[in-house]
Design a protein around this ligand. Structure first.
Ligand code: FAD
Length: 385
């Protein structure tokens, strides 16, 4: 089955959906409200499941070239610098880290120029049994399928389910930055009490860092945000001070962490939600964007195999909702363990990590993350893969 799809939102999820749909022969228009894409965000990591989904989009080489190998869960330290867990010498890092803009750009470059329409905001949706009508700031358009990839505050979701619960604050806040430096780093997490500092190399002379810390309420902002980071990790081990020093102030972002409560459905008729619009999650498993890329591949596979758009969307919902909601639960628990742990839980977690030999951890961590990282996509189009 082929047809014409409108994708609302040109973030990582929306662009991945457009690439996937084009691979199965659909005509696609992406409507994005921002007038132009800039250097969006800081960095992110992608785990093996997400890299396989990118490969299914035909982007394996581009993704490899745009990212750096990195460790995180296997290389844990205390603020003093003491190693709780060392990455195995000579081992292959399980993750790839990207500048967020680099991942976004490689998806954008996989699309012809006339597919993505920036500066177009969607304001309304209506559907009957044969088509969906999208109202936007440039008029009305019709499509066989609409994909709502419009992020955590999705208008598509609010129009479909006006009474669905709003995103909820998870009780922590994060500062993110991109340091321009060639200090060699290989990816690590430093565990303090109620806060953690994550480091990923994203390019030969760029390092992404994130500080997550508990917060009573969202929306608290400071005149000097970099100073707030320095204050919270004062005395922490090298290279943290040097990374902060090498981060221009304008490269420091402060965001509050929210998640979307589980939705009862991701689809309605000819409209599907995808990415954060469907399942915005805590960043603590590094999965939000990766899950949106998985969504894109599964959606296209369901459409390629489906007898009708609504039937294909039912199959998409059945495959994606259980997995993404389980991933979101795991991410919430992981964040809770790192951020909300009281002094006793923190001490016990540190002790457990300290007494686990790195070689054992290197075997245990992939096993614990197995169901998440082992995901393998259905081939989208045998003749293209
Ligand atoms: C601190 C932090 C760290 C993270 N780290 C990772 C990580 O390491 N790995 C990972 O995989 N994920 C990570 N994530 C999650 C990831 O960033 C998101 O899950 C992902 O970017 C969501 O992409 P999306 O396309 O669904 O939504 P978005 O990126 O929010 O894109 C939505 C787009 O829709 C547009 N839009 C909205 N409304 C309209 C409208 N009405 N009309 C037209 N356009 C509209 C917006 O302008 C936007 O461009 C992290 C998130 C956070 C907060």
């Amino acid at each position: 089955m082929t047809g014409h799809a409108i994708v609302i939102g040109g973030g990582i999820g929306g662009l991945a959906a457009a690439v996937a749909l084009r691979r199965i022969g659909w005509r696609v228009d992406v409507l994005e409200r921002v007038p132009a894409f800039g250097e969006v965000g800081a960095g992110l990591s992608q785990s093996p499941n997400a890299m396989r989904a990118l490969a299914e989009l035909g982007l394996a080489d581009q993704a490899e070239a745009a990212s750096m190998p990195t460790w995180a869960t296997h290389a844990m330290r205390l603020p003093s610098g003491r190693h709780l867990m060392r990455a195995p010498a000579g081992g292959r890092p399980p993750l790839r880290a990207f500048r967020r803009a680099a991942l976004h750009r490689l998806l954008l470059q996989a699309l012809p120029e006339d597919v993505v329409h920036t500066g177009v905001e969607v304001t309304g949706l209506a559907q009957d049994s044969g088509k969906v009508t999208v109202t936007c700031t440039t008029g009305r358009r019709e499509a066989d399928l609409v994909v709502g990839a419009d992020g955590i505050h999705s208008l598509t979701r609010r129009l479909l389910w006006p009474h669905a619960p709003a995103p909820r604050f998870l009780g922590y806040t994060a500062w993110l930055g991109l340091a321009g430096t060639s200090i060699p780093v290989s990816g690590s997490i430093t565990l303090g009490r109620g806060r953690y500092f994550l480091i990923h190399p994203v390019a030969p002379s760029q390092v992404y860092w994130a500080l997550g810390t508990a917060a009573d309420r969202p929306g608290v902002r400071f005149d000097d945000e970099p100073e707030q980071v320095r204050r919270r990790v004062s005395g922490w081990h090298d290279p943290i001070p040097a990374l902060l020093e090498a981060t221009p102030s304008e490269q420091v972002r402060h965001i509050d962490i929210h998640e979307l409560p589980d939705l009862p459905a991701y689809t309605s008729g000819r409209i599907a939600l995808l990415g954060d619009a469907a399942h915005a999650m805590s960043p603590d498993r590094g999965q939000g964007a990766g899950q949106s890329i998985e969504d894109a591949v599964v959606l296209a596979a369901a459409l390629a195999a489906g007898a009708s758009v609504p039937a294909a969307l039912d199959a998409y919902d059945a495959r994606r909702r259980p997995r993404t909601q389980a991933v979101a639960r795991g991410a919430r628990q992981a964040g809770h363990q790192m951020i909300d742990a009281g002094p006793i839980s923190h001490a016990l977690a540190v002790l457990a990590l300290r007494v686990t030999p790195s070689t054992l951890w290197a075997r245990l961590a992939p096993r614990a993350l197995g169901p998440l990282w082992d995901w393998t996509p259905t081939a989208l189009h045998p003749s293209l893969t």
